[in-house]
Ligand binder design. Structure first.
Ligand SMILES: Cc1ncc(COP(=O)(O)O)c(C=O)c1O
Length: 179
């Protein structure tokens, strides 16, 4: 029986251009970029070049770009990091009921440390209503966390509208945007 892979939302074959760009660092320049010896130099140079390229793409400074091992680590870092940095001023997080477990578990963890979390419902197509986000905003909001594309059903959330609302209130937005 022919098998057809339909789970590109969870994982895809590596883009050949990415594989080609990565190959030298798997074969030859495999040194730990954080080590101080000769083998680290090419890897460190490539890492810093990549950091600069990502920063340019996003209109950010290179030292604002943090590479992580994957989505779960990045979610933990962004959500807990923002909360711990600002909890003396604001402790309320807005998210949705359909986030990845890495986001939901981070929020549940922070609730045990005093955070208030609003889990917004989604409609029949899996989308959160940006106006529901607006209505949930209080002066205590420290972060709005909404995924870009749902990891199970692929629904694209209205991140642009949510970000515009957040910007009106000077609130940070966290999203997982995978390519
Ligand atoms: C929205 C979202 N967050 C987090 C993750 C977890 O990423 P990782 O498996 O790299 O930890 C995924 C993975 O599919 C995801 O889709």
């Amino acid at each position: 029986m022919a098998q057809i892979y339909l789970d590109y939302n969870a994982s895809t074959p590596i883009d050949p251009a990415v594989a080609t760009a990565m190959q030298p660092f798997l074969d030859e320049a495999f040194g730990n970029p954080s080590s101080g010896h000769w083998a680290s130099t090419p890897a460190k140079a490539a890492l810093e070049r990549a950091r600069g390229q990502v920063a340019t793409l996003l209109g950010a400074a290179p030292d604002e770009i943090v590479f992580t091992s994957g989505g779960s680590e990045a979610n933990n870092l962004a959500i807990k990091g923002t909360f711990f940095a600002l909890k003396h001023k604001r402790e309320h997080i807005i998210t949705t009921a359909v986030e990845h477990p890495a986001v939901l578990a981070s929020c549940r963890f922070l609730e045990r440390l005093g955070a208030t979390v609003t889990y917004l419902p989604v409609g029949s197509t899996g989308r959160v209503d940006p106006e529901a986000v607006r209505r949930a905003i209080t002066p205590r909001i420290v972060l709005i966390s909404v995924m870009h594309a749902n990891n199970e059903v692929g629904t694209i959330q209205p991140i642009e509208d949510i970000s515009a609302i957040a910007r009106e209130h000077d609130i940070r937005v966290h999203t997982v945007a995978l390519r």
